[in-house]
Write a new protein. Structure first.
Length: 476
């Protein structure tokens, strides 16, 4: 009898036994989470910056290239992708018991009064006994244990995909923020070089005046101190730039080296409007929240597995084959054929409290996952609201700092004019310079913080949520 002919027998046996299946354990339901109607710091709107792909938010060409390179070559991301594939394969493994398992076996031996390891009387003849057998075994999932296990495996697989998306957003945040930081350091380096040129001129004039017995030691020493302090900043900034370039190179999966860049902080920060959307949207858009929910779903399914363990396992085993006393006759089946079907039931009686403890542990795991999910939601809402408020306030800070820089520049030009007309000495010019250059550095820092808030907000809202991981990696 061929192995595939056994399947109707199994189906008949299941029907004859009157077995029906069910699933123990609670069906998954998303926890009720209290979310506000609007984010603190923004009006509620259907549109969200998270609806846009990252290349339409960060429109700087060099930054786009760096992000594409990172998604293509980052080793942590490659490792995560491999783990996602592993989780996907575990779904197949968990689901496999739902289907009959087929196997085969064969043996042949040669001997006198001997057959397959047993001594028997064959008239002292030397024979070549052989047997071929095929079988199917099937554990009936009457209590839903396998289906709940599969549900848990699917949830863990989806959680791993969300973990990959979370890593991709984290890489986007690191690379984009690092790129903006490089632009800030470039701007500060330019300010420091300008200040060195200006302080050098001040020091030269004061020194000449002192040599001509017009100036004094206070002016010269003040100019020299300002010049030395400005010079000290240049190698420090250059070191920071090189270190950050090396870090970004490593993230992008390449050897340390220069990072190409262009543009300025203001243009990148204001390249796109930033509607935040509705708070409830982040439940379906932030990968960390979606990951926690899938982990909660898996924990919920394991409760069903733990409950199903109380009940017996029912399985069916069927076998068919042929045997002969001579290998030469196997093909012609001149000896007996055989088949059989065996239902079996195994179940727990006493296991020292293991089953009860397993159920309690599964329920505790669910409660932990539930609280973890709810806390992640609250953290996400707080992160988005804080970023929105910070961006609004940083915009006000930048406006005021621009005014301060303009005022200091006017003051320095006025001091220079007074010096040229003999109404004051050059000490007033030096004083104005010492106010202007730090104000320019502060403005550069505030511009960076404002531009960085765009990155933080896009990531906090689950930017690019409507793209697959492959689409996000591929880019435009």
């Amino acid at each position: 009898m061929k192995a595939h002919n056994i399947c109707p027998i199994i189906t008949f046996a299941v029907s004859a036994l009157g077995l029906t299946s069910c699933m123990f354990g609670p069906d998954y339901k998303r926890p009720d989470t209290d979310v506000p109607a609007a984010f603190r710091g923004a009006f509620a709107t259907d549109a969200s910056i998270a609806d846009l792909p990252w290349w339409k938010v960060f429109k700087n060409k060099e930054l786009q290239n760096l992000l594409s390179e990172t998604y293509a070559n980052n080793h942590d991301l490659r490792s995560m992708i491999a783990n996602v594939e592993k989780a996907r394969q575990y779904v197949t493994i968990a689901n496999a018991p739902l289907f009959p398992w087929a196997n085969y076996g064969a043996n042949v031996s040669k001997g006198q009064n001997y057959n397959s390891g047993s001594i028997y009387n064959s008239g002292n003849m030397t024979t070549n006994p052989a047997a071929i057998q095929a079988g199917i075994s099937w554990e009936l999932d009457l209590w839903g244990k396998t289906r709940r296990s599969t549900e848990a495996a699917v949830a863990e697989y989806l959680a791993s995909e969300e973990g990959q998306r979370a890593l991709m957003l984290s890489l986007l945040s690191q690379v984009a923020d690092g790129y903006l930081s490089l632009l800030q350091l470039d701007e500060q380096l330019s300010i420091m070089k300008d200040s060195v040129s200006s302080y050098t001129e001040s020091y030269r004039l004061f020194k000449e005046q002192m040599q001509g017995e017009v100036g004094d030691v206070l002016q010269v020493s003040s100019a020299e101190a300002a010049l030395s302090a400005a010079k000290a900043q240049i190698p420090l900034l250059e070191s920071q730039i090189a270190s950050l370039e090396n870090t970004l190179s490593a993230i992008a999966g390449r050897v340390p080296g220069k990072i190409s860049r262009s543009g300025d902080l203001v243009s990148i920060a204001n390249a796109v409007k930033i509607p935040a959307g509705i708070p409830a949207q982040i439940l379906n858009r932030r990968p960390d929240i979606r990951q926690k929910e899938q982990m909660l779903r898996a924990a919920n399914a394991r409760v069903g597995v733990a409950i199903a363990n109380y009940f017996p396992s029912i399985s069916l085993t069927a076998a068919a084959g042929t045997a002969t006393s001579d290998l030469r006759n196997v093909a012609y089946r001149t000896r007996g054929n055989g088949w059989g079907i065996t239902p079996s039931v195994t179940g727990p009686i006493f296991q020292g409290g293991t089953l009860r403890a397993s159920e309690k542990a599964a329920k505790a795991d669910y409660e932990a996952a539930k609280n973890d999910y709810e806390q992640t939601v609250l953290n996400a809402l707080a992160e988005v609201s804080s970023t929105l408020v910070s961006r609004t306030k940083l915009n006000e800070v930048n406006i005021q700092q621009d005014n301060a820089v303009k005022a200091y520049l006017t003051s320095m030009n006025a001091a220079m004019d007074r010096y040229k007309t003999g109404l004051s000495d050059y000490f007033e010019v030096l004083y104005a310079q010492q106010n202007l250059f730090p104000a320019q550095v502060s403005r550069s820092q505030y511009r960076y913080q404002y531009a960085s808030s765009l990155v933080k907000l896009y990531v906090a809202l689950g930017g690019g949520w409507n793209m697959t991981n492959q689409q996000m990696m591929k880019g435009k």
